[in-house]
Write a protein that binds this ligand. Structure first.
Ligand code: N7H
Length: 487
């Protein structure tokens, strides 16, 4: 299949956030159905309001077209509806035993496996994550005032169907120049896999991945196949292994992992300060070593347009050449062969652990077999350096509670999110013995180690704490109709 072909995916069936809402205001509303009849009625009445990937992708194209011409794009409001395993059970969805184990068990049951221990343990999670959640409504809008309209519309249906809204979490892009940056200060939302049949103009360095890695019912990435060619995005099809098992009604659906991740910005900043003093590295370079990018988003690697002897460590390259931050350049790099030892980007840096690109091990083909479509948005107020330290060892007060409402779509949670978290982030010996843990996402031990080549070993603290989460399924529009009908 040619990269960019859009006629092969049933985009009018697939829910819209898989294409990416990309909105600065998002609300996650968690729902409980009192009984099967109420649940089915709720699906039946909300089905026609669910926005499809076809609609969202078209609006995203028009948004970009208008922005490039200096015009104000038309503001949009989006709505999607997802179900947890207990919601599907209550709705008496058939053949649920075909779904993979991780989804059937749910995130809290997987806590020990994921490393959600100590402060991150499910017993400490905030409401509504202590109770049973049947469904998740995702509301998204360009304008904050439109969230009220979306919420009113949703509540109209929940009241009419006697569905309980057990809690809601609001995410907002940070204000002003920090708009695209998360709370530690790094630009986020840069590197995403291209999806064959959905991504029509892959950016340089953006590999095109078979849609079956993200959406059920399509070809998947063969783990041991030769790597797809790049950088133009021209993908050479290779025979696919059999897709993971799932009930027939689940075609065109996708699994959504949601995590409420609290960030201790003061703790992160303190660590950077002491580690840069210890290693005599500039502070901005120390930060970049942990993530693999400077806060601006500029990579710590030599991009394909730069001279081979370019030194990305001398200073953040975007200071001298802001064009490095453009789509054509910012993600156009590999780790091998010039940085096999991690002297530029440490092998345990967050972006290298989470997507090792052509690094071997694990090799490009395996790297491309564990991609996810990230859909995170910050929550909580901006950090103020003058704010008081947290009281004792406890949780921060509400007005200092900030972090990321992390979300990601994939066709298999075990192959996607869980693999990244357990096999790569939490493994001190991945990709090579002694490389250390992911400084951003691993929380499984109190004092994770991080190897800064050539021979510094830093002992970190935990700055990211899991405070809630769940596994959800985003059914196709037809499947919502099917599950909402009296069967
Ligand atoms: Fe990560 N951060 O701000 O430090 N992440 N992440 N992440 N992350 C990325 O490329 C961050 C988390 C991935 O393709 C960037 O968009 C924070 C989880 C993947 O090169 C930054 C949190 C998981 C990539 C951050 C967090 C991942 C990625 C670079 C939690 C999955 C793409 C900007 C609070 C288990 C790698 C960008 C690639 C990139 C940050 C969580 C995965 C800056 C603060 C839980 C796959």
């Amino acid at each position: 299949m040619e990269a960019g072909a859009t006629d092969q995916l049933a985009l009018d069936q697939i829910q819209g956030n898989i294409a990416g809402f990309n909105k600065p205001h998002q609300r996650f509303v968690f729902l409980r159905f009192p009984d099967v009849a109420a649940g089915r009625r709720f699906l039946h009445v909300t089905r026609r309001e669910i926005d499809s990937a076809a609609k969202v992708a078209e609006a995203n194209r028009s948004f970009k077209w208008n922005r490039e011409r200096g015009r104000d794009p038309e503001p949009k409001r989006w709505f999607n509806l997802l179900l947890s395993i207990s919601g599907l059970r209550l709705l008496e969805a058939p053949e649920l035993e075909l779904f993979e184990g991780a989804f059937q068990e749910g995130m809290p049951t997987r806590a020990a496996h994921l490393g959600d221990v100590d402060e991150s343990a499910p017993e400490k999670w905030v409401p509504p994550f202590q109770g049973d959640i049947h469904a998740l409504a995702i509301l998204a809008a360009d304008r904050e005032e439109d969230m009220g309209r979306l919420q009113t519309q949703l509540s109209h249906h929940t009241h009419a169907c006697k569905v309980v809204e057990v809690g809601a979490l609001d995410g907002h892009a940070r204000p002003g120049e920090n708009h695209s940056h998360e709370h530690f200060g790094f630009r986020d939302g840069i590197s995403q896999p291209g999806v064959i049949g959905l991504t029509d103009e892959p950016k340089p360095g953006q590999e095109m991945i078979p849609a079956g890695e993200f959406i059920l019912g399509y070809p998947t990435q063969p783990e041991n196949a030769p790597p797809p060619s790049q950088p133009s995005g021209a993908y050479q099809p290779v025979p696919a292994p059999p897709p993971p098992a799932f009930p027939a009604w689940a075609s065109n659906g996708s699994f959504f992992v949601f995590r409420r991740l609290r960030q201790d910005v003061a703790g992160f900043n303190r660590f950077v300060e002491s580690a840069s003093a210890e290693t005599s590295l500039r502070r901005d370079l120390m930060e970049a070593k942990l993530v693999g990018r400077y806060k601006s988003g500029a990579p710590l690697e030599i991009t394909r347009d730069q001279e081979p002897n370019f030194d990305p460590q001398a200073a953040d390259p975007s200071i001298a050449d802001p064009s490095i931050l453009e789509d054509e350049k910012i993600n156009n790099f590999e780790f091998e062969p010039h940085d096999a030892d991690g002297h530029l980007t440490p092998r345990a840096a967050h972006i290298r652990k989470m997507y090792p690109r052509n690094e071997d091990p694990p090799g490009k083909a395996q790297s491309e077999s564990h991609r996810i479509l990230r859909r995170g948005i910050p929550y909580g107020p901006d950090f103020e350096p003058s704010e008081p330290a947290y009281p004792g060892e406890g949780a921060p007060p509400d007005d200092q509670d900030r972090g990321l409402l992390f979300g990601c779509y994939q066709a298999s949670i075990e192959r996607g999110f869980e693999f990244l978290q357990t096999q790569w982030a939490n493994q001190p010996d991945f990709p090579q013995a002694g490389d250390g843990r992911d400084p951003i996402t691993s929380q499984d031990v109190p004092s994770p180690e991080f190897t800064l080549p050539p021979d510094d070993h830093l002992t970190m603290l935990r700055w990211v704490i899991t405070t809630g989460g769940g596994y959800f399924f985003s059914p196709s529009l037809d499947a919502i109709g099917f599950l909402g009908a009296d069967q």
